[in-house]
Write a protein that binds this ligand. Sequence first.
Ligand SMILES: Cc1cc2nc3c(=O)[nH]c(=O)nc-3n(C[C@H](O)[C@H](O)[C@H](O)COP(=O)(O)O)c2cc1C
Length: 220
Amino acid sequence: MATINERTGFDLDEVARLLTTTKQVRKRLDLERRVPNEEILECIDLANHAPMGGNLERNKWMIIDDQSSKDHIARRFADVGRPYLQVNSEARGDDRSQRVIDSATFLVDHLADVPALVLALRLDRPEGGSPGQAAGFYGSVLPGVWSFQMAARARGIGSAWTTFHLEHEAEIAELLGIPPTVSQVCLLPVAYYTGDTFTPAPRRPAADVTYLNRWKQPVE
Ligand SMILES: Cc1cc2nc3c(=O)[nH]c(=O)nc-3n(C[C@H](O)[C@H](O)[C@H](O)COP(=O)(O)O)c2cc1C
């Protein structure tokens, strides 16, 4: 039975399902089926409602489906991702971490085969500044990335938050004609997902991670 919130009309079970089962999808990306740009644009329309400092619309997006560009990005993604994942695989023994590493390794191996790569961008650079300014910079662009992922998930489209290629940001900017004044913040491989059995990951309860009024003071 739906749990409709009386004040808002939202079905809270469905909202919770979207929030807890929007996963980073890698192995279940359908590499054979193209995602129409119209569907990606719908997700971007929704993502652009995320909060932005000063309400300035300084964010841009790029859909990359050109094979030679995807090949180039995939090579740079692997240059960084493969050794990183190798080191982490040796360092961390538990099953959950290993599953993420296996999944991320699959993506390193198949990035060029994913139908579309969606790049989230911001129209300036984070250079210098205080921690508060850095928070404002990334805080104005990253909420939209998460909204994009949820909007996509609701449409049967999977995506994965990735940053490996950013070690080669300048080279990829040149490849794609992105001016040096623009920042790339996240690359989302995007494809329909196969099977819909996503389940919430275990997370510590809110009461364990929330304090009331003073550091370490529990919320009763
Ligand atoms: C800032 C950030 C950077 C990330 N970079 C990568 C990446 O380069 N490659 C990758 O496969 N996953 C990357 N991830 C995904 C994390 O590994 C992911 O959150 C983790 O797998 C949890 O998965 P879940 O959301 O499916 O529970 C990144 C996530 C964040 C938030």
